[in-house]
Every structure is written in structure tokens, then in C-alpha cells.
Write a protein that binds this ligand. Structure first.
Ligand SMILES: Cc1cc2nc3c(=O)[nH]c(=O)nc-3n(C[C@H](O)[C@H](O)[C@H](O)COP(=O)(O)O)c2cc1C
Length: 307
């Protein structure tokens, strides 16, 4: 997830059972400039494996240059994004915009497969809108180009991140190709993970928003899939302890000033659904120092919030 899946986030989720992760999506053009932010996005740790990188591109020239640079790193999988619905991305003919141009998508994927020493995959959506559900065709094109797996978010570009997931369209992709299909969309609980496998016949699932402030989701899903006893919900104590661990990792990685700002949104996600924390959540939007964030996290456990 762009803006989310940084090293601190991935490291925490790995500890809870996340088996495969991606660094944040990188625009092929910015990779060429080798800026500080991009370098930070590319950093990983020994235990942060297996790890994929996802590229966003609309032109062969930029993609080829980016792939040269990617070869200097040791990623386990190279994914191509044909799913991002952001307006500025579509305007450049990138992301989900490529669903309207399957030949161009094919040529970009072919270039990527030929240039990379690592397996290549593609991330698709079900189509541009409900009148053009072409993901099965796009997946076939991708397979012909040589991809080793297809990731599919079961919504159209027009749906963005709302509306219901089209399990039938994902099942259609699974029938259309013989490479593994990894399904995405509203995998928010063990129940929805089971549903995704059952309704689509997919080979794997992607957890996205379900992991925001909720690394426990990985353990809960594994337990359910392996027929084990249901994992209990974490106590408020445990949530606070994980929050602190995540926050410390952010500050270590980005420095205090940026780490605190980056963690603000996570404070809101970790405390979602908790009672009596509204004031703390509001304060979290303005926190500037490590000490202030510690106080807010400790405040969750204060007696007046335990009512
Ligand atoms: C904040 C955010 C950032 C995302 N960034 C990316 C991205 O960079 N690349 C990508 O392929 N999908 C991205 N996604 C989409 C997710 O991978 C996933 O396919 C989508 O959110 C549907 O799954 P969910 O309903 O379980 O969240 C992003 C989603 C969110 C919410």
C-alpha cells in the first residue's frame, strides 16, 4: 500500500505472520532520479523476506530505465501496477488506465519479463467500469507476456475502494489463466478470507486495509484457515504495546519529526472502535514529539478511559 507499507509496517506485520510483502509502489520515473525518499522506500531488512517491488509506468523508456536500477537490488518479485485509480496516475496513462489499453499493457509486461532476472507479476482491477469488465482478457494478455502470477483487486477503477467486491470476476480470472491468482478486496477478517478462497478458487489472498492498525489479522486468518482455535481479540494492553513498538520503529527509521507525523494516522487506526478515546484521537493529529505520542498511548490505558 502506497504511503503505508514502509519497513516499520512490514517488519511488524511479518512478526504476526505476513508471509509476503511489497515495498511501497514506486513510479518508474522517480526511481530513475534516485532521490532520498525513493531510497528510503527501497530499504529492507534481513527478515523482511520474501519481498516484492511494484512499479508504476506507462512508457517503455522509463520502465526499462527503472528495471536496470531494480536489478541492483535483490527483490523476490517484480509487480507491475495496472490497478491504481488515482486521477493523476490515470491522466499519465498509467495504473488502471492501462486496462483500457491491453496491447500497451502487454508490451510493458513483455519488456519487464524480458529485462528482469526475477519473476514478474501484474496487479489488475476487474475493469474500468461495470460496462467493461475485461480482467479475464487482461490476465490472458499478461500470461502471454510471461507473468508468473496475477494479483486482482475485485473492483473496477470507477469503484475505487468502495462498493462490493466482484467475486465472480475474480473467479473468471482464475479460470482464464494457469498462473497463480492472488485475490484482493475486503479481506478484512478470517471470515472474509475464507469467503474469498471459497467464492473465487484463488491461490492466495492479499490483505490490505484489514492490516491497518491490525497486524493480528494475519494470525487470525492463518488460525482459521488451518482449522485451529479462534484467536482471541488482543487486549487494550497488547494493542498499546504493539502501537508503541510500531511507533518506536517509525521514529528510528524516519527520525523523530517525520516519524511522529507518519505515525499519527496509525494512532487513529489502532484505536478504531475503542471507547472513550475521541479526545486522544483528536490530540494525535497534532502531536509533534516522541514524548507526546508516548503520553497519548499511555492515555489509552488511563483509568478514565477504562469505563
Ligand atoms: C492506502 C492504500 C494504498 C494502496 N496502495 C496500493 C499500491 O500502491 N499498489 C497496489 O497494487 N494496490 C494498492 N492499494 C490497493 C490494495 O492493495 C488492495 O488491492 C485494495 O485496497 C483492496 O483490498 P482491501 O479492500 O482489502 O483494502 C492500496 C490501498 C490503500 C487503501
Amino acid at each position: 500500500m502506497a504511503g503505508i507499507s514502509d519497513l516499520p509496517f512490514r517488519s511488524l506485520n511479518r512478526r504476526f505472520g505476513c508471509e509476503f510483502a511489497f515495498v511501497e509502489m514506486i513510479n518508474a520515473r522517480s526511481l530513475g532520479y534516485r532521490g532520498r525518499k525513493t531510497q528510503q522506500m527501497l530499504s529492507c531488512a534481513e527478515k523482511d523476506r520474501p519481498l516484492g517491488i511494484q512499479l508504476l509506468a506507462g512508457e517503455n523508456k522509463w520502465l526499462a530505465r527503472a528495471l536496470d536500477i531494480v536489478e541492483e537490488y535483490d527483490f523476490d518479485l517484480l509487480d507491475f501496477n495496472a490497478a491504481c485509480p488515482a486521477r493523476k496516475v490515470i491522466r499519465r496513462g498509467e495504473g488502471a488506465g492501462l486496462l483500457k489499453e491491453p496491447r500497451k499493457l502487454y508490451s510493458l509486461l513483455k519488456l519487464m519479463v524480458n529485462a528482469s532476472s526475477r519473476p514478474v507479476s501484474v496487479k489488475l482491477r476487474t475493469g474500468w467500469d461495470e460496462h467493461s469488465l475485461n480482467c479475464a482478457d487482461a490476465a490472458r494478455y499478461a500470461e502471454d507476456a510471461g507473468v508468473s502470477a496475477v494479483f486482482i483487486h475485485g473492483r473496477t477503477k470507477e469503484q475505487g475502494y468502495g462498493g462490493s467486491v466482484d467475486y465472480g470476476a475474480i473467479a473468471g480470472v482464475k479460470r482464464a489463466v494457469s498462473v497463480p491468482v492472488i485475490a484482493s478486496g475486503d479481506v478484512l477478517s478470517p471470515e472474509s478470507a475464507v469467503k474469498m478462497f471459497r467464492e473465487t478458487g484463488c491461490d492466495g489472498i492479499l490483505v490490505a486495509r484489514g492490516a491497518l492498525g491490525n497486524p493480528w489479522i494475519f494470525r487470525r486468518i492463518y488460525r482459521r484457515l488451518s482449522g485451529g482455535r479462534e484467536e482471541k481479540w488482543p487486549s487494550t494492553d497488547e494493542i498499546c504495546s504493539v502501537m508503541k513498538e510500531h511507533f518506536d520503529a517509525c521514529v528510528d527509521f524516519y527520525g523523530e519529526k517525520n516519524g511522529v507525523v507518519i505515525f499519527r494516522k496509525f494512532f487513529a487506526w489502532y484505536t478504531k472502535g475503542m471507547r472513550h478515546v475521541r479526545a486522544l484521537r483528536e490530540k494525535a493529529c497534532h502531536v509533534r514529539s516522541r514524548e507526546e505520542m508516548y503520553l497519548l498511548i499511555a492515555g489509552i490505558l488511563a483509568p478514565e478511559n477504562e469505563r
